[in-house]
Write a protein that binds this ligand. Structure first.
Ligand SMILES: [Zn+2]
Length: 276
């Protein structure tokens, strides 16, 4: 070895021994140890949950869990992929501050301690978990304004339209049907508004999200749409703005755009979502 590399090697050794000292869990009451039998049982049980995630998160979550087992933490998977209805329920009850959760597309996972323990947010266990997540290039939610310590997510977005949190679907009222689809390749929206006496074709669509209140507690979403009338109506252009319905959480009172209904702001028509 080149002599010049020795100081570097020494530094690395010091950093490494410093790290292993930090993560030493001898005095951590949550580090109760994990037996080989537990490892085997929990691996099989938790893998069933992890299988709902996208593959690149699945493998990283397993690695984090096993590193934490080595440190003596009996860590389990608390939540992996969720359905839109499960997420809505969690939001309504106040467990989650968002409807746009990466759990919806299998890009987020929550950890806990066996059997169902969530230590206080300043527990060393969460710091150890965050450190491992960062090594894997994952994001954690530990900002002072938004602490969600069990949570870990991939640094890539979901297709929110596909998760029913965007302007894609069919909305109806007694007389009108509004259909909007998005072409995944060209990323353009197509659609129509069918009324009793005409069919209008969607020519452009723009989504606007507005946030207000302390810590952006209130989210509203709008779509600005232009339609082209049929020939009978001389292909005339029509502009409309629809406002998405919102849900308010019981406990922390956050308000989020839900897209379960749309309000035509000028005509005051409300459309209820019927299908995806
Ligand atoms: Zn989560």
């Amino acid at each position: 070895m080149n002599r010049k590399n020795i100081p570097l090697l020494l530094t690395l050794c010091l950093v490494f021994s410093g790290q292993s000292h930090d993560t030493s869990s001898a005095e951590d009451p949550y580090a109760t140890g994990v037996s080989n039998t537990q490892r085997k049982t929990w691996r099989a049980e938790d893998d069933r949950q992890l299988e709902t995630l996208v593959p690149e998160l699945q493998a990283r979550a397993q690695w984090i869990q096993e590193q934490l087992w080595d440190m003596g933490y009996p860590v389990r998977i608390a939540s992996a992929k969720r359905t839109a209805e499960q997420q809505r329920e969690g939001f309504r009850e106040g467990y989650s501050k968002t409807l746009r959760s990466k759990h919806l597309c299998g890009k987020a996972v929550d950890f806990k301690l066996h059997p169902h323990i969530f230590p206080d947010s300043d527990a060393a266990f969460w710091d150890a978990k965050d450190k491992l997540a960062k090594i894997q290039g994952l994001l954690v939610l530990n900002a002072p304004s938004f602490k969600d310590r069990p949570h870990v997510e991939l640094d890539q977005d979901c297709d929110w339209d596909a998760a029913l949190l965007g302007p894609e679907g069919t909305w109806k009222n007694d007389t009108h049907t509004l259909t909007i689809r998005r072409d995944r390749t060209t990323r353009t929206y197509k659609g129509s508004l069918v009324t009793p006496d005409a069919t209008l074709t969607l020519t452009s669509l723009r989504v606007r999200h507005t946030h207000s209140g302390p810590r952006n507690k209130i989210e509203d979403a709008f779509i600005d749409v232009t339609f082209k009338h049929d020939k009978k109506h001389k292909n005339q252009n029509i502009s409309k703005t629809y406002k998405s319905s919102t849900i308010i959480a019981k406990t922390h009172h956050y308000q989020r755009a839900s897209w379960t209904s749309l309000l035509d702001t000028r005509a005051a028509h409300t459309f209820k979502r019927v299908t995806k």
